[in-house]
Write a protein that binds this ligand. Structure first.
Ligand code: SAM
Ligand code: SF4
Length: 349
C-alpha cells in the first residue's frame, strides 16, 4: 500500500475489509504514520458548547430548530470566560466554541469575547458555529480566532441536499465557505459523519479523497448516531441503498475511516471524537488514538447546559464534571504511553 496515492478503489476495498488480520495492517500503518508526522503528543482542546439555538433543519441533528421539545440556552460572556479559566487551569492549549447556527450570537459581541480570550490568555481559539456570513468570519478572524471547524458532512451533493436543507432565503455551500476560511487565514477543519442513511462505500471513499484534496488542517469524523426527534431518526430514510452498499454507523467503520484519513492526510490534526466514545465507552477514545487520532476534546460546558446540547441521545461523558474529564483523559493518554501536548498544537507543516 502506498498511502499517499491510495486510489478510490483501494480505499473502498479497505472500507469493506472485514478480515481482522488484514485490518491490523491498516491500524499499524495509520499509527506509524501518526507517530512519524505528528508525534506522540495528544492535544487537548477544551470544548465550550456556547448555545444550542439553531436556525437549521439538519435531518440528523437533535438541535434542529423544529425540535420544539428542547429547552434552549445561550451562554453569557462571563459564563464563557469562566470555562476559559478552567481551560487555563487544566493546561489545555485551545478552546473550541461550538454552537448551533445561532444568529442570536451577534458577530461583534463574539468578536469581543474572542479578543478577551486572546488578550487574557495564550489559548488558541477555534470556532464551530455553522455557516456564518463572510464578513462575520472575517470579523472573528481579525479579533484573533485561529481555527474554524465546519464539516461538509458528505461529499455527495444529492445526499447533502437531502439531509441538510438550505435556508429559504439563501443558499450556502459548505465547501465554498471552507475556501473562504482558508483565504481569511484560519486553520481549516472539516469532516463527515459515518453511516448516514444513504451513504454508500463509494461516497465515503470520495469523502476521504476530498479531505486530501482540500488539504485540511483538522479532520473530524465520527459515527452518525440516530436521534429519535429527527427525520432520519424517525426512519425517514433518504435513500434506499441495498444493504451491501449502505455504510454501517459502527465503531469499526469509524476506525477504518480515521486510519485511512491519517494515511492520506499525514499532518492533519485528527480528534478521537465523543461520538466514537459514545459507541464504545470503554475503549473508543483509546482505539481512536491508536488508529490515527492525535487530539481529544474534553468538555468544559457547565453541566446544566451540557445535557441540553443533545445532538444525539446518551452522549458519552455528559454527566462528568470538567475536572473529571480532564483527569480521565490524562490517565487514558498516559496508559497508551503517549503524553499531553503543550501549547496551541496547530498544524505542523
Ligand atoms: N452547528 C454547527 C455545524 O453544524 O457545523 C456546529 C455544531 S454541529 C452539532 C457539529 C457536528 O455534529 C455536525 O457537523 C455533525 O457532523 C455532528 N452531528 C450532528 N448530528 C449528529 C448525529 N446525530 N450523530 C453524529 N454526529 C452528529
Ligand atoms: Fe444546527 Fe449544526 Fe445541528 Fe445542523 S448540525 S441542526 S447546523 S447544530
Amino acid at each position: 500500500m502506498n498511502p499517499a496515492e491510495l486510489t478510490l478503489d483501494e480505499m473502498e476495498r479497505w472500507l469493506r475489509e472485514e478480515d481482522d488480520r488484514k485490518l491490523e495492517e491498516l491500524w499499524e500503518a495509520a499509527d506509524r504514520t501518526r507517530r512519524e508526522h505528528v508525534g506522540d503528543a495528544v492535544h487537548l482542546r477544551g470544548l465550550i458548547e456556547i448555545s444550542n439555538y439553531c436556525v437549521r433543519q439538519c435531518g440528523y441533528c437533535g438541535l434542529r430548530s423544529d425540535h420544539h421539545g428542547l429547552q434552549r440556552y445561550r451562554m453569557t460572556e462571563e459564563e464563557i470566560m469562566a470555562c476559559v479559566g478552567r481551560a487555563v487551569e487544566f493546561g489545555y492549549g485551545t478552546v473550541v466554541m461550538q454552537s448551533g447556527e445561532d444568529y442570536g450570537i451577534l458577530a461583534p459581541w463574539l468578536a469581543g469575547v474572542i479578543r478577551r480570550i486572546k488578550t487574557e490568555t495564550s489559548l488558541a481559539v477555534t470556532l464551530s458555529l455553522g455557516e456564518r456570513l463572510d464578513h462575520e468570519l472575517e470579523l472573528w478572524r481579525n479579533a484573533g480566532a485561529d481555527r474554524y471547524l465546519l464539516r461538509f458532512e458528505t461529499s455527495d451533493a444529492e445526499l447533502y441536499n437531502l439531509i441538510h436543507p438550505a435556508l429559504a432565503d439563501r443558499r450556502f455551500d459548505r465547501l465554498e465557505i471552507l475556501h473562504t476560511l482558508r483565504r481569511l487565514g484560519y486553520e481549516v477543519g472539516s469532516g463527515v459523519m459515518i453511516g448516514i442513511p444513504g451513504q454508500s462505500y463509494r461516497i465515503l471513499a470520495k469523502d476521504i479523497d476530498m479531505f486530501r484534496r482540500l488539504d485540511l488542517d483538522m479532520i473530524g469524523v465520527g459515527p452518525y448516531i440516530s436521534h429519535p426527534c429527527t427525520p432520519l431518526g424517525q426512519g425517514d430514510s433518504t435513500s434506499s441503498l441495498p444493504p451491501d452498499e449502505q455504510v454501517p454507523n459502527t465503531e469499526r467503520m469509524t476506525y477504518k475511516v480515521m486510519a485511512l484519513t491519517r494515511l492520506v492526510c499525514p499532518q492533519a490534526n485528527i480528534p478521537s471524537t465523543t461520538a466514537l466514545a459514545t459507541l464504545d465507552r470503554d475503549n473508543g477514545r483509546e482505539l481512536g488514538l491508536q488508529r490515527g487520532a492525535n487530539v481529544v476534546m474534553p468538555n468544559l460546558t457547565p453541566p446544566q447546559y451540557r445535557v441540553l446540547y443533545e445532538i444525539y441521545p446518551d452522549k458519552a461523558c455528559v454527566h462528568e464534571t470538567a475536572e473529571a474529564c480532564c483527569g480521565c483523559l490524562g490517565a487514558r493518554i498516559a496508559a497508551l504511553d503517549r503524553f499531553v501536548g503543550t501549547g496551541p498544537g496547530g498544524r505542523l507543516r
